[in-house]
Write a protein that binds this ligand. Structure first.
Ligand code: PMP
Length: 448
């Protein structure tokens, strides 16, 4: 379908255009290479298109300005960290005020009760704890699940992503055995000993695996969002709940990305009934924080250990976790953003994006698809895949790198390692149409 020679030559042109347009980012990247491993403060930043990452100068709402003064429609939104839109005034104010009165004391502050109550209201789970990141929250939850059940393994979906949690960096190998995910550096332990992996949308496989009796919890996103978006087939979510209950396996729903489905994530939108729930990234309006909630029954079973003398070395919690600063940021975020009215503004923009991309794909008779979940949409170079492995098989690094660079060079930022666009209430229809125009031009250029 795609002329590879043409793709390579267009990519070279775009690389040259990128370098020419970003002299200041180039200079900063050069300075960064002196003392930052891989020239970046965090390894994923090497995955931006172009031979160096652009340096951010400022971001506001749905727009970002780089060090060269170029402005972008930001459809990455910090890979969901800025799903509210950048620099919410209420968060800026609350964080500044809290900083001025002490950010961290390892004591609860007056925002704590409000935050617990608001999370309970949104997600329908009565008891909550905080974490610094969704990764952290997932790690804590896995520890609790093993403690409560006495079982050694955790189950995850094939090609899932839940942060840098060792057990979850596992996939099904060709022979059906559990192996480390390609690219996972220095696995801490053989994942075959820690993890059970099942394909998404396959209730039979889940039932058979959980019947072995060694799984403490199933950790899953309600829809896969980290290998394109793979939605649950009709009846799948209900089936997962019935099977996990029947086998005494705790169901942990990770809403870190699927919060794009609404104020209470897919859990509230679809009436899911998890035993534990993790949410991170966006809830602090940019301040690092996450939270995990649980049913009254799980809370009751954990109340003993949580009050134990050795809880400070139990492997859950952290010094800066649940700080007054984080609580103030969450309160300011959840009281002014990510509400019904915000989704009412952002979701139609994702719908418009989807229609625009579908139009371009159809015009070029490409067998690609776009999937949308709430205010998040992603295109993929294959027909809708039923599970993560099918989605992973359609990864096309060259094509993806080209499309991302083409968009960046024309003022639209997509999330690296996703063909994902996330919308916030500050985006406009004109922003969406800018992407449609640029994407359509890219397909036109490829087909000439
Ligand atoms: N859960 C899900 C579903 C995620 O997509 C991610 C990160 N992409 C995480 C957890 C981890 O979040 P963080 O990197 O902020 O710890």
């Amino acid at each position: 379908m795609i002329d590879r020679a043409r793709l390579a030559s267009l990519r070279r042109q775009e690389e040259a255009r990128f370098v020419e347009r970003h002299p200041r980012s180039a200079a900063l990247a050069e300075e960064q290479r002196a003392n930052l491993l891989a020239g970046v403060p965090m390894p994923w930043m090497t995955r931006w298109p172009g031979s160096f990452p652009v340096s951010v100068a400022a971001a506001q709402g749905g727009r970002l300005v780089d060090a060269d003064g170029l402005e972008y429609v930001d459809l990455c939104l910090g890979d969901t960290g800025a799903m509210t839109g950048h620099a919410l005034p209420a968060v800026t104010e609350a964080v500044a005020s809290r900083m001025a009165t002490g950010a961290t004391a390892m004591l609860p502050s007056e925002d704590a009760a409000w935050v617990g109550a608001e999370l309970a209201r949104r997600f329908g789970l009565p008891f909550w704890q905080l974490a610094i990141s969704a990764t952290d929250a997932n790690r804590f939850v896995l520890r609790f699940a093993r403690h409560l059940t006495g079982r050694p393994r955790v189950a995850v979906m094939d090609w899932c992503y839940h942060g840098t949690v060792d057990e979850t960096l596992a996939v099904l190998g060709d022979d059906g055995r559990v192996v480390a995910r390609p690219g996972a550096l220095g696995p801490q332990a053989d994942v075959a000993a820690t993890t059970a992996v099942v394909p998404f949308n396959d209730l039979g496989a889940l039932d058979r695996r959980l019947a072995e009796g060694d799984v403490a919890c199933l950790l899953m996103e309600p829809a896969l969002t980290n290998i394109g978006i793979v939605l649950p087939a009709p009846g799948y979510s209900e089936g997962v709940r019935e099977i996990t209950r029947r086998h005494g396996v705790l169901l942990v729903i990770d809403e870190t990305h699927t919060m794009c489905a609404g104020p209470g994530g897919a859990t509230a939108a679809w009436g899911l009934e998890p035993d534990l729930l993790v949410v991170g990234k966006a809830i602090g309006g940019g301040i690092p924080c996450a939270a995990y909630g649980m049913t009254a029954e799980v809370a009751e079973r954990l109340s003993g250990p949580m009050l134990g003398h050795d809880i400070d070395v139990a492997g859950v919690g952290g010094t800066l976790t649940g700080s007054a600063l984080a609580l103030a940021a969450i309160r300011a975020t959840l009281s002014t953003a990510l509400g019904e009215e915000d989704f009412a503004a952002a979701v139609p923009l994702a719908g418009r994006f989807t229609a625009g991309v579908v139009g371009a794909i159809d015009a070029h008779r490409l067998p690609w698809h776009v999937q949308r979940l709430g205010c998040r949409a992603e295109y993929w170079f294959c027909p809708p895949p039923p599970d993560g492995a099918a989605a992973a098989a359609a990864v096309d690094e060259e094509l993806e790198a080209f499309l991302h660079l083409w968009c960046l060079n024309r003022g639209v930022l997509l999330t690296p390692f996703h063909n994902m666009a996330l919308f916030c209430p500050a985006h406009t229809e004109a922003d969406v149409d800018r992407h449609t125009e640029v994407f359509t031009d890219a397909l036109q250029a490829l087909s000439q």
